[in-house]
Design a protein around this ligand. Structure first.
Ligand SMILES: Cc1cc2nc3c(=O)[nH]c(=O)nc-3n(C[C@H](O)[C@H](O)[C@H](O)COP(=O)(O)O)c2cc1C
Ligand code: SF4
Ligand code: SF4
Length: 253
């Protein structure tokens, strides 16, 4: 099983490429979370791939919550690997995931692979910069064949957490604070299509009188709502205005 969480397609693209190389089934964590399906049963000898983005150097909160709730049993016959998609620095995702797996299943993953991708953190990145986007897409395509080969060969390569505990704590606090939905606004170009609400993995958006309202105080901050809007009507603070939208052009939503 290849379980991926992806709001702008980098992880989905990686999952599809890996599936083409391994023949494994692909499962969307976002869809499973929304439908309340936490069954991660594996057959003996089946591999489990976890394809995840880095958020503030740690796991997206929705991923951590999903894994806590998941029905997951691992034996030594299951090869378990992570592929961490990131923009500039992967932080401690693999190490954070290892802690959850050890607590839940008594063992950690066998391998971690790092996949540099387009950084979808649009408050900092101007994604109208086609040169940046193309060079990041090229980096992904250069790295993927080696990663797929490593997975097929069941290589055992682990990535250690890079950050000391105080730095990790600071990043976790920053992520929590940034996840407040009061940071989102919608402008008058909204046509009420509801795609933002349909996209949200945490059901934080409700359509009211033809407009999105963020009805939960916090969300997982995937920015999927902002990137999916056909009118680019959603902003996350003023920092995203003029920075464009992104979805990995090598896959479909
Ligand atoms: C809330 C948030 C925080 C992020 N933090 C980081 C980060 O700390 N380091 C990094 O390299 N990329 C960071 N990114 C970029 C994503 O990890 C990267 O673009 C990832 O490939 C997105 O995957 P997806 O297209 O499958 O959703 C962040 C993105 C978001 C939305
Ligand atoms: S996706 Fe955009 S246009 Fe559609 S309802 Fe949401 S904000 Fe409005
Ligand atoms: S409100 Fe937007 S950013 Fe937050 S979880 Fe939902 S889709 Fe992602």
């Amino acid at each position: 099983m290849i379980l991926y969480f992806s709001s702008t397609g980098n992880g989905k693209y990686a999952a599809e490429r890996i599936a083409a190389g391994t023949g494994d089934r692909v499962v969307s964590l976002g869809d499973a979370y929304k439908s309340g399906d936490f069954d991660l049963s594996l057959d003996p000898g089946e591999s489990l791939g976890l394809i995840l983005p880095t958020y503030f150097g740690v796991l997206p909160s929705v991923v951590a919550d999903f894994l806590e709730k998941a029905e997951l049993r691992l034996t030594d016959s299951n090869y378990v690997y992570t592929v961490d998609t990131y923009g500039f620095h992967y932080g401690n995702v693999a190490a954070e995931l290892a802690k959850i797996l050890r607590r839940k299943t008594g063992r950690e993953q066998d391998a971690d692979f790092l996949l540099q991708s387009v950084d979808n953190w649009v408050p900092n990145l101007d994604l109208t910069d086609e040169t940046y986007v193309q060079s990041a897409l090229d980096k992904t395509d250069e790295a993927l064949p080696g990663i797929i080969e490593g997975i097929v060969q069941k290589k055992r390569v682990r990535v250690k957490g890079e950050w000391p505990a105080p730095m990790l704590l600071m990043m976790k606090k920053a992520y929590k604070s940034a996840s407040r939905t009061k940071n989102f606004t919608v402008n008058d170009s909204c046509v009420g299509c509801g795609r933002c609400a349909a996209q949200c993995p945490t059901r934080a958006i409700t359509m009211t009188e033809g407009r999105p309202r963020w009805t939960k105080a916090n969300c997982t901050l995937c920015l999927g709502c902002l990137h999916v809007c056909p009118k680019n009507a959603i902003a996350y603070t003023k920092a995203t205005v003029g920075h464009g939208q992104y979805y990995n052009p090598k896959t479909t939503r």
